[in-house]
Design a protein around this ligand. Structure first.
Ligand code: SF4
Ligand code: ZN
Ligand code: ZN
Length: 327
């Protein structure tokens, strides 16, 4: 397969775009597409400070790299979950994240499309919040305690991550919180939501979620139009070293099952996932789900002050029994 632009060997063939590209032209294409998505969905501007939630995986590190190269003021937030059994997943993912910041990778311009020269590029900060050190227990420990040893720790983990991301973004004055969700992630969630017609979730599934009130931060997903394979190829082309393994608790979960089903569909009919997602966004922008968007009144948590739907302590403070813990 040859690059459509320069006829050298291609590193990727994107059947859904009928486009094969070499490393250099693929790199340029990813940057241009990322910038286009940021503008199209009005995610953020060059004057705003952005906090990227990083996990040490290909999507979040690639996103951070691309935002820095596009001249955005992007810092990182790593949340240490304490998931180190049976494999040291959290330890390795922190190691990869620190190595990315310390390395020269994000400084290296590989194409002429780098908007910034390395000398003027924002020097990123990495914020690390270790859950055990901050709140006294790891995610598996709190999940075992609260769910009496049943099931996966994902509910406890998701609640804690959302809370910490929002809190750090707000306390440190970031205008935006960016996550590395890719098209495969979004489409699997969309499938799950439509299978059960969870209209409230559908109303809130978007590349940009505005900050609905003081204390909350705008949330954006600039990589939402890239297939997982595309972000992996970007990481490869850029020489970004990331953690290959998934969290052990993700193995065999429902989202991965849907991803497998949707991959079969994509193989038979290239571009199905992208069309499914983009048509959903079109219907959404035409107001199809608007009436399902809850306009719940929010209260301030009586312990931590974060917005919460019910008066009293927020779900995070209740789960962690926070009344006087370090905030
Ligand atoms: S799979 Fe579950 S436990 Fe693992 S990081 Fe994701 S939400 Fe957390
Ligand atoms: Zn080329
Ligand atoms: Zn609270």
């Amino acid at each position: 397969m040859r690059c459509k632009k320069c006829n050298t060997d291609a590193v990727i063939n994107m059947r859904h775009h009928r486009l094969a590209l070499c490393g250099t032209h693929y790199d340029e294409w990813v940057l241009a597409q990322t910038d286009r998505a940021i503008e199209k969905y009005k995610m953020f501007t060059h004057d705003e400070r952005i906090l990227v939630a990083v996990s040490g995986g290909k999507d979040s590190l690639s996103l951070w790299d691309a935002l820095l190269r596009l001249g955005y003021q992007a810092d990182g937030l790593y949340i240490g979950l304490g998931i180190n059994d049976p494999e040291p997943y959290s330890d390795v993912s922190l190691e990869k994240t620190r190595a990315f910041v310390a390395s020269d990778v994000w400084r290296v311009p590989t194409t002429e499309s780098d908007v910034t020269s390395p000398g003027t590029r924002h020097t990123p900060l990495l914020h690390v919040v270790d859950i055990e050190q901050t709140y006294g227990k790891t995610i598996p420990q709190i999940a075992r305690e609260k769910a009496r040893g049943q099931g996966r720790p994902c509910a406890a983990c998701g609640l804690t991550k959302r809370y910490v991301m929002n809190r750090i973004a707000h306390d440190k004055g970031y205008a935006v919180l960016a996550t590395g969700h890719n098209l495969d992630d979004e489409v699997a969630v969309l499938f799950q939501n439509t299978m059960r017609w969870q209209t409230g979730y559908l109303a809130r599934q978007a590349p940009v979620l505005p900050a609905s009130r003081e204390g909350l931060t705008r949330k954006v997903k600039p990589f939402v139009r890239f297939y997982e394979r595309e972000t992996a190829t970007y990481a490869l082309v850029r020489g970004i070293d990331y953690i290959y393994d998934e969290c052990p608790h993700a193995v065999g979960n429902l989202t991965n099952f849907y991803k497998t089903l949707l991959n079969q569909l994509e193989t038979e009919s290239p571009g199905s996932k992208l069309a499914y997602y983009l048509e959903f966004l079109r219907a959404r922008s035409e107001g199809l789900f608007e009436k399902f968007n809850p306009t719940t009144e929010l209260h301030d948590c009586e312990v931590c002050g974060q917005p919460t739907t019910a008066p009293g302590r927020c779900a995070f403070c209740r789960m962690w029994d926070v009344s006087a813990l370090v905030q």
